[in-house]
Structures are given as C-alpha cells and as structure tokens.
Write a protein that binds this ligand. Sequence first.
Ligand code: SF4
Ligand code: SF4
Length: 401
Amino acid sequence: MKLTEHFQYGLNSPICLTWELTYACNLACVHCLSSSGRRDPRELSTEECKAVVDELQRMQVFYVNIGGGEPTVRPDFWELLDYSVDHNVGVKFSTNGIKLDKKRAAQLASSDYVDIQISLDGATADVNDHVRGPGSYATAMRALENLAEAGFGQPKISVVMTRQNVDQLDEFKAISDKFGAQLRITRLRPSGRGADVWDELHPTAAQQRQLYDWLVARGSDVLTGDSFFHLSAYGEALPGLNLCGAGRVVCLIDPVGDVYACPFAIHEQFLAGNVRSPGGFQEVWQNSELFTELRQPQTGGACRSCGHYDACQGGCMAAKFFTGLPLDGPDPECVLGNADAALAARSDSLEVPRSDVDHSRSAPRNSRVNRREPVPISIAPPPRRPDRACNESPLAGLPTP
Ligand code: SF4
Ligand code: SF4
C-alpha cells in the first residue's frame, strides 16, 4: 500500500494535531476561523491540559500545533509549553506576538522543541491592520525583531491569503528573509468569522492562478500546510499530501476539549467527541463514529468525472460545507469554475451551515447567523500594487510516497 493510501485510511495517531488552548484573544481578526475573543469558562484546566499531553506522549504524537484564540494570554501557557516539551511532545505555537517581549524571546531561543508562528496578513500595516486590527502589524514586527535579536532559529511568518495581499507575496518573502524566518501561506476558509468575510476577501480566480504560479516558481521553501491542493488542478501538483486529511491525519482539540475533524470545521456535524469522555482523546481519534466514517473510501461525487480529480480531490470539505455546497461536489474555488453556478444560485436568504461556537467579543453574530450577510468592513485597496490540524506539509519528515 502506498503511503498516501495509509493516510486515506487514517493513522493510529494524528500527524497534524491542532490544539486551541483558549478562545480568549486580544485581537478580533475579521476572518478568525474559531470566532475567538472571549475566554470560555469551560476551558480545560491546567491539570486537564497536562493529562492531554500525557496521552499524546503515550500515543507518540511528536508535536502539536497550539493556537487559539491567542494561546499566550492563558496564564499557564508557558507552564504547559514546558510540560509538553518535557514529555517529548514538541510545540509549534501560533501567536499574534503580543507576549513575545525580549525576555520571553530569549527564553524561547534556548529550546530546540519549540517552533513559533507569527501571524501576519499584510506585508504592510494598512493591509494587515484592516483585517487583524489596529496596531497588530507593529506587534507582529516587534515580536519578530525580538526573536531575531534573541537568535531564535527560523520562526515562521504565517499569512492567510486574501484578495488584498496576494499581490504582496514577494514582500512577505522579503520580510521573512529579513528576519531569518520561513514564510508559511495558508488558504482563507469560510470558517468562523471567516464565513462573514469570505465573499469579499477570498482571492479572485485570477489571483488563484497568480498564487499557484508564484508557488510553482518561488515556493520551494515556502510552507503551505498543504492548504492549496485544490490549485494542483492547474497542472503541476503542489508539494504535499494533496487530499483532505480531516479525521484521517488532521484534527482539532478545542479549548473545552471538543475534538473536531479539522480546525476549519468547528461545527457539530464534524464533532467527533470530547477529551473529557471515558477513553479520552485516544478513544475519539481511534474509534469515534465520525472519524471511522471519514476514513472510508470517498466516492468523489460530481468531481469523479473531472480529469483533475486525482490532483485536486474535489478540494476542501470545510470550504464546501461553510459555503453551503454539497460535500461531494466541487470546491467553491474550483479552478475550472465548476462551483460558480452553484455559488451564484445561492440566494441572499439561503441558510448555510454556521457554527454555534462563537466567542466574539463584539455583538453576537446571531443577528446575522445563518445568513450570508457580510460584516460591514471596508478594506481600502493597498496604496500600490507591488506585487497563507500544520506548519509544514503533513508529509514533512516522512518518506516520499
Ligand atoms: S476540511 Fe479542508 S482544511 Fe480541513 S483537512 Fe480537509 S482540506 Fe484541509
Ligand atoms: S471539478 Fe472538482 S476535481 Fe475538478 S478541478 Fe473542480 S473541484 Fe477539482
């Protein structure tokens, strides 16, 4: 059996486990996939988190992607990080940089088992701050400077690709090079608050092509979290697993211990169980009904007859689900435009699936829940047009199939 086939049928432990430690966040990014803002009072306690780490160690999960919310605002974050590393579970954590002062940067630089991703969604403050909030560009830059000064080895700069920043790819690369960082670009999914802004922010068809061409030409050392495999339908396959890993190799533990098939699928339809249940995470991962079902051979549905199916696999389950498209049909960003008619046919009153999990600090989204109404943001065009359940491909460190 080829390695990719092993992945299709799932593994004994996830190779791309995202753990969101808290829904609390100092920012309120308009596209936040987990609709974070306020802490959930049911959040796992320090001791419960340590018990999860113990379990991951027993399952031989070698690293975990920690996010949020903003994980560093948890008072026990640094204690949990040390506990995890001490128990042979390496940590990659995503942060907006708010707590990365010089002292903390120096401490982090002394650990071989910690990797850091600084989120930055614009190569310029205007583009970034329109999405991530005022002052967030400066905060990220300060954190990168502190890490560079402390000699932290190759942090990641993590960019969600939007209509406003595709033209800035070369600038993102230059910023990464300047700080000795590695660029990581990921796809904007219509998840969480991202559903509210997806119509306005997701790259146009021309920009999808521009992004693909840039990755082929310049992306050899750029990480993508395997998130652009739908673009492989353009021709040459992009590096990575090139299939939806949800529940097979990817999953999410959320701050209250709920386990979802993917960080971008926080919805009861993709909820497999809770780490607080008997058997803990291992039971959910290995035996839950949902994950067992997701590991069955996929039929391909309407995409099966497409000549690009082997490369594109019909795209991203979460992107389809949260745009109201059938899961066995084309991705909303199908490069052949095969989802365009279905997207256009959605009426303004159409109810599309929405997550019930919303910790936004602003007005509850219920007023527009189940409606495809965009949040009232206005993003000015950049002043000039010079030119986003994993840090690496889920295949990183594994033999090439
Ligand atoms: S649902 Fe989308 S984001 Fe999640 S693992 Fe599948 S392809 Fe990736
Ligand atoms: S029709 Fe389906 S398989 Fe073909 S390119 Fe579009 S999303 Fe991919």
